[in-house]
Design a protein around this ligand. Structure first.
Ligand SMILES: Cc1cc2nc3c(=O)[nH]c(=O)nc-3n(C[C@H](O)[C@H](O)[C@H](O)COP(=O)(O)O)c2cc1C
Length: 193
């Protein structure tokens, strides 16, 4: 099982990365191969809706020359996509939003003169989130957005796991958060493997 983790946090020592450590370790211990892509380190331009990608039903076909074609290939090669992100203004961070737009057009050839295939149909997707509000009020809108995104894009939405950040003066990580995060990793392994 190949897992492509798209990491949306700008903070290398941040909360989302603190969850990613045990999450990745658990999956790797079960036998998964994981790769983490730090989106803030890459050039990810917004979709301009030129629809060049709709002319080629076999490949990404995007007209923009940045780091997204490389990410596209990694996503296409994996079994499970994990979106790991802090919640910013009730959604994911900007590079992840830009990437989601570029991927949904490049992967789903729905937007040309005729409706074409979804190149990533059947792949699994899950969310690993941190937020300041209680997760049911902080992460609900992004989770619902991604549930619809997956349905539209022909992906399998496997669910989400979120942990709350109580403030910059309170240590984020504790044993319960780690145990819940590891349990989520095992659930994903069972669902995909
Ligand atoms: C610009 C900004 C916007 C945020 N917006 C929200 C929000 O809408 N809802 C929420 O629950 N938390 C929000 N937060 C809190 C973060 O989601 C939370 O601190 C998160 O754990 C940070 O993760 P990180 O350390 O990986 O960056 C926001 C934080 C920042 C910096």
């Amino acid at each position: 099982m190949k897992v492509c983790i798209l990491m949306g946090s700008p903070r290398k020592q941040g909360n989302t990365n603190a969850l990613l450590g045990p999450f990745r370790q658990e999956l790797e211990g079960l036998g998964a191969e994981t790769e983490t892509v730090w989106l803030h380190a890459l050039e990810i331009r917004p979709c301009t809706a030129c629809r060049a990608c709709q002319r080629d039903w076999t490949a990404f076909g995007c007209a923009q020359r940045d780091d997204v074609p490389m990410i596209f290939d990694k996503v296409l090669a994996c079994d499970l996509i994990v979106l790991a992100t802090p919640i910013y203004s009730w959604y994911c961070t900007p590079p992840m939003k830009a990437l989601l737009d570029r991927l949904v057009y490049g992967m789903d050839k729905y937007y040309g003169a005729e409706k074409g295939p979804a190149l990533w149909a059947g792949k699994a997707l899950a969310l690993l989130l941190t937020c300041g509000y209680r997760p049911e009020r902080g992460c609900d809108l992004f989770e619902e957005g991604m549930r619809r995104y997956c349905k539209h894009a022909q992906l399998r939405f496997l669910g989400s796991h979120a942990e709350r950040h109580l403030g910059y003066d309170v240590p984020f990580m504790d044993a319960e958060k780690e145990a819940r995060t590891r349990a989520f990793a095992r659930e994903l392994w069972d669902a995909v493997h």
